[in-house]
Design a binder for this molecule. Structure first.
Ligand SMILES: Nc1ncnc2c1ncn2[C@@H]1O[C@H](COP(=O)(O)OP(=O)(O)OP(=O)(O)O)[C@@H](O)[C@H]1O
Length: 490
């Protein structure tokens, strides 16, 4: 197609909206008239396309181009086919996330783009914690919508996936409390407009925390599948996790920082330093099922990138029967037990906890940090911010797994303790229950599950391959930008 004699091109899948140009259109800035004058013909048709233009650091913005077409019927066909993207979205806004800017960000930066793209919305501003989760679980008329939008941070996103995954299971007759059930994938895509103090999921799937870029990914209808882990204690469902499950160091940092919310974001640094100095280790047994048939390992150089490994499904994934004899067991004293289902990269740790973890390959990277000196643990932590391999240390092991279980040492014979009860009892005297005579204090950590504290320590974690989908496309390589900004035919 030609614009004023020049050949221009736009990638169809990156078109935001289209409008027909009329001779007397108020929106016409004169360019169309100029085109017509240049062509010297009246029988031509034109339409203006808004499309995605790439900026620095994975940011997207809107740009416009007007196409001229000598054949009126062809022009109409283009306009109609581009408009074949009707979308109805259900939007949840957390007005208290981050700097309490969620509503403003949505109204000023996102809603005008949705209107321009012809998207209709039902907007719910949440009134209390778990409002969005409960609405999705029970009340939302999901059939009306093409997707759900989350305006908030990682906590709000977690609410959305809990509502959507649960509802999908109940609607399809799957028992979410059974750890043995293969879960039904959610058909609705989720868009994240970052408006929290932690927006790691958005960063890991889009490459930037920018509301306009996220809105454009929603409008062009991108789709990025993503794994989710179910976390059970015996036959009781606890939570779903899509990023980090951490026992020991990261569990302790979270539970300590929760008690210091008044400190604001500085609480993470404070609690991190405190827990590093405290240097608690925890005894227990980790058992895991190594992932089979996958490409790549947690130690390779491959990164999860748009259209490459991010969508790898491994050969014998979730649906197939899991062989009990293939479980491996590791007993010991650990400073940290982490499971990263994605790289967990964020602006603070651009490499992430497991740099080569993939978003949608049906696996999680299980990282075991054994008891070591403070100096060695510091070396391991510092390597997360340098080029050195954080797993290349004698006290660290990493396994790509499809399922794992953890049992803390002091409750291997019973049905595990409830941490809330444990912490209450601790106030009156921290006695080791299994060895009352030894007088030692059985240290229990708690699990950090995507930023929420779990109340149970003995857990069974199962990865569900591509259980959810996001309006995203993973992080694009820089070479992809260059290719895409070069013209290619519409
Ligand atoms: N209307 C509301 N009132 C109070 N809490 C809410 C409301 N809506 C959502 N929440 C809760 O607020 C929590 C934090 O929200 P969100 O993730 O959007 O922001 P954040 O600032 O990144 O969070 P965090 O404080 O965890 O860093 C979520 O766990 C969510 O359940």
């Amino acid at each position: 197609m030609c614009v004023a004699g020049l050949c221009r091109s736009v990638v169809v899948s990156e078109i935001i909206s289209v409008r027909e140009e009329e001779e007397n259109s108020s929106k016409d800035n004169g360019s169309w008239r100029k085109i017509r004058e240049m062509q010297g013909r009246d029988c031509r048709q034109a339409f203006t396309v808004s499309y995605v233009e790439r900026g620095r650091n994975h940011r997207w913005r809107c740009a416009e181009v007007t196409f001229v077409c000598s054949d009126a019927a062809l022009c109409q066909r283009w306009v109609l086919s581009i408009r074949e993207q009707p979308k109805q979205l259900l939007v949840y806004i957390n007005p208290y996330g981050g700097k309490k800017q969620g509503k403003r960000i949505y109204e000023q930066k996102v809603a005008p783009l949705f209107t321009q793209a012809g998207i209709t919305t039902q907007v719910i501003v949440t009134e209390y914690a778990n409002h969005a989760r409960d609405h999705l679980r029970a009340d939302a008329e999901l059939k009306q919508f093409d997707g759900v939008v989350c305006v908030g941070g990682d906590g709000m996103f977690s609410e959305i996936i809990h509502g959507l995954i649960w509802r999908t299971q109940v609607d399809s007759g799957v028992n979410p409390n059974s750890p043995e059930e293969a879960l039904q994938p959610c058909s609705l895509r989720i868009g994240i407009i970052p408006a929290g103090s932690t927006d790691c999921i958005c960063f890991a799937t889009v490459g930037t925390n920018d509301p306009v870029t996220s809105a454009l990914h929603i409008i062009v209808g991108d789709s990025q599948p993503m794994d989710a882990c179910s976390v059970h204690h015996n036959d009781t469902f606890l939570r779903y996790s899509v990023s980090l499950l951490g026992y020991g160091f990261f569990g302790d940092v979270l539970s300590d920082s929760e008690r210091k919310r008044w400190m604001g974001p500085a609480r993470y640094d404070f609690s991190g330093l405190k827990m590093f100095l405290t240097h608690h280790y925890y005894e227990g047994t980790v058992s895991y099922l190594p992932a089979k048939g996958i490409m790549g390992t947690p130690r390779d150089e491959a990164r999860c990138r748009s259209g490459q490994h991010s969508n790898m499904k491994y050969a014998n994934e979730c649906g197939s029967k899991l062989g009990e004899d293939e479980w491996r067991t590791v007993r010991g004293k650990f400073l940290a037990i982490n499971a990263a289902s994605m790289s967990c990269a964020c602006p603070r740790t651009p490499k992430g906890l497991s740099p080569a973890a993939h978003l949608a390959d049906g696996t999680t990277d299980l990282i075991l940090v054994r008891k070591c000196s403070r100096f060695d643990f510091l070396r391991h932590l510092i390597r997360h911010t340098s080029k050195d391999d954080q797993f290349d240390l004698a006290f660290v092991e990493v396994h790509r797994v499809s399922r794992f279980r953890f049992m803390p040492r002091h409750c291997q014979s019973d049905s595990d303790l409830n941490l809330q009860e444990f912490h209450k009892r601790q106030i009156f005297g921290p006695l080791c229950r299994d060895h009352p005579a030894c007088g030692c204090s059985p240290h229990y950590s708690s699990w950090n599950c995507d930023g929420e504290v779990l109340n149970h320590t003995a857990i069974d974690v199962r990865v569900h391959c591509q259980l959810i989908k996001l309006f995203a496309r993973g992080i694009e390589e820089m070479t992809v930008f260059e290719e895409v900004t070069n013209p290619c035919a519409i």
